[in-house]
Structures are given as C-alpha cells and as structure tokens.
Design a protein around this ligand. Structure first.
Ligand SMILES: Nc1ncnc2c1ncn2[C@@H]1O[C@H](COP(=O)(O)OP(=O)(O)OP(=O)(O)O)[C@@H](O)[C@H]1O
Length: 339
C-alpha cells in the first residue's frame, strides 16, 4: 500500500465523517482502494457499512472528508462519480412488476444507450448472467439468486469501472452464493474495482484483497485476510472425549503434568468445556506441536476420541476486534480440520 499513488486508487477517503443527530456513525475514517482490487468493509450490524457505501456512491453526503472515487472529487463532481460507478445491494433498483429484460432495457435507457445498443447490451448481459430463459418473465417470479444476478447485470449496463456491492449474497443458498462469487471474480479479473460490504466473513476471506473492520465509527484493523488472522491469537488443538471418565482424567493430567512452555502449553489444562467433554490446548497447529501433543497423550495413556486443529479464522478476528465473544473458546466452530 505504501507504494500506491493516489492516481491508482479507485476509492480514496480521508477523514470521512458522518453523524445522524448526535450519533456518530463514521468518525473520520480513511479508506484507500487500489484500482482492480476487491476491498471489503466488515462490521457488526449498524456499524455504518451501508452509510459508507451510500456516501461513496453519492446517495447521501458526508459531514466531512476528502473523498475521491474514480479520480473524481465527490463533493465537487458527484456527476462524474456517478458515471464511473455502479451500485447493487440493499437498495436495489430492480422492479419486480416488469420482466428481467424490461428492467435491463430501462437501465439502458437511463444510460442513454441507443435502442439497438440497449437491446444488444441487455441480451449480452442476460446471457452472461444465465437469465435468458427467465428474461421474459416478471421479476417477482425470480428466485433470490436470480434477482441478485439481475441486479448486478443491470448495474453493468453502464460498464462501470467501480462497483459497490452492499451485502450481495445475503439470503442466498450456498450454490447461488458461490455462483455470485464467481461472477465477482470475473469482473475483477476484467479490471473492475469492487467495494464489498458483507456479514459473511467467508465471503470477505474468499474475495477481498484487503479487508477493513469497522467498529465504533473507526477502522479497528485493516489488511489482507491473512494479515488480520495473524493479528489475533486463537490457534488451538481440541481433544474431545466420548467417555466422561477419560475426559476427567485427561483434564487432571493436563493440569498436573508440566507441559513444555516453549511449545505453547503455558495455559496447559486449557479451559475444560464440560458439556462437550472437550479440552483445548493453545497451539499454532504446526506438525511439531501436534507430534508433541500426540506423544504426550501416548505417554499419559490418554485416548481422545477426536483431535481437531483450529487456526484463527475471520470469525475470530471479527469477534476479537468488535468486542464480541472471547477468542478462541467457541465450541463447534465450523472451520476445523479434523485430523
Ligand atoms: N437515515 C438515518 N437516520 C438516522 N440514523 C440512521 C440513518 N441511516 C442509518 N442510521 C443509523 O446509522 C447506523 C449505521 O447504519 P448502517 O445502515 O450504515 O449500518 P450497517 O453497518 O450497514 O448495518 P447492517 O449490517 O445492519 O446493514 C445505525 O445505527 C443506523 O441506525
């Protein structure tokens, strides 16, 4: 980022502020999104993600901030910004009463395309977004995934180089979500810049080059997914027992046996999680540490029924940075590798 000039930034915000009454939503945040990348803004409900999108896409004005989108000053030339961007998401322009094709043609009209060019663009995009069969049907009959695809297709009519996607896959089933991710990746490989807000941390992990976590009006942390994961502790090995007696003796052994501190056992004994008969041992998940844990289990004649390795994921980052649940004692996290 240090080498990125303001020239190659698709979105640049300095000191962006917005308050509603006495509630400060954005407390002077800085954003820098290089052209052709995906930037994801994460944050708990009400953190101000949509507010940021609305400001940067000219729908509402900021109270303060030096804001540039597509190289244009947002305050001085909002028209030029509007010409450079597309917005889809929570405030979608899709009209459910007319057909998908009619929605597309309406959009082509708004962009002052000629009749033939409008028809050609609509046909191309309907094809690209797998909506040809549905094109002549009212949008009210579309599934959630089809509506999102149409929404994005409509946004692309004006060939924007910067797209704001406000929670683009909320409510979609996993297949539709993955389809949408594929579409977004394709856009980015064509040079489009994507500003993405999402509640789905896996989505940011999958798509974003850089992620910023918004909390209490400030950017709590910013970086690539891997950089953010490295910010917080949370790696551990979890041993699960089917037999309460085996669990008990392992818990006692873990507390009593002097485990080598150098291997990260300083908090040996971890916090027993009673209902799940599980024990956690802080660990970076490296083969060396795993071998050491397995050796210790053998030497202590402890038979665990399951051993899982948990490395910090974006959920952990989110919890840690937004003041949520303590890291890492979150039982039954989905992203574990059972060994
Ligand atoms: N027009 C408005 N008038 C007053 N308060 C508003 C207005 N719009 C948003 N807010 C408040 O500003 C805060 C930020 O809202 P915003 O919709 O930007 O959050 P968000 O991060 O997008 O949340 P979510 O994840 O729930 O969509 C919230 O507390 C919201 O209630």
């Amino acid at each position: 980022m240090t080498t990125t000039t303001s020239h190659s930034l698709a979105i640049a915000a300095k000191g962006l502020r917005k308050a509603y009454g006495d509630k400060t939503v954005l407390d002077g945040i800085d954003l820098a999104v290089p052209a052709g990348t995906v930037f994801s803004l994460l944050g708990p409900n009400g953190a101000g993600k949509t507010t940021a999108v609305k400001i940067l896409s000219t729908l509402i004005t900021a109270d303060a901030g030096d804001l540039h989108v597509g190289g244009h000053d947002l305050a001085a030339d909002p028209q030029a910004v509007r010409a450079a961007i597309g917005v889809t998401g929570q405030f979608s322009a899709v009209d459910g009463l007319i057909t998908g094709e009619e929605n597309m043609l309406l959009m082509a009209d708004l962009h002052h395309l000629s009749r033939s060019e409008g028809r050609r663009t609509a046909a191309e995009l309907l094809e690209r977004f797998d909506l040809v069969e549905a094109a002549k049907k009212p949008v009210s009959t579309y599934s959630g995934g089809m509506k999102r695809r149409l929404d994005l297709a409509m946004t692309l009519v004006g060939n924007p180089r910067i797209i704001f996607l406000d929670e683009p896959t909320t409510g979609l089933d996993p297949r539709s979500r993955h389809n949408m991710w594929g579409i977004i990746r394709e856009l980015v490989s064509g040079g489009v810049t994507v500003f993405l807000t999402t509640q789905i941390l896996e989505e940011a992990d999958e798509l974003a080059d850089r992620i910023a976590v918004l909390n209490d009006g400030k950017i709590a942390a910013e970086g690539s997914a891997d950089e953010l994961k490295r910010l917080i502790p949370g790696g551990h090995v979890r041993l699960r027992f089917a037999d309460p007696a085996a669990y008990q003796s392992a818990a006692v052994a873990l507390r009593e046996v002097a485990l080598p501190q150098a291997l990260g056992f300083a908090r040996a004994g971890g916090a027993p999680i009673d209902e799940t008969l599980s024990l956690q041992i802080p660990s970076d998940g490296s083969p060396r540490e795993l071998r050491s844990i397995l050796d210790w289990l053998d030497a202590s004649s402890i038979e665990a029924d399951e051993l899982t390795v948990h490395t910090p994921d974006l959920d952990d980052v989110f919890f840690a940075l937004t003041g949520g649940t303590k890291v890492p004692n979150v039982p039954n996290q989905p992203k574990e590798n059972v060994r």
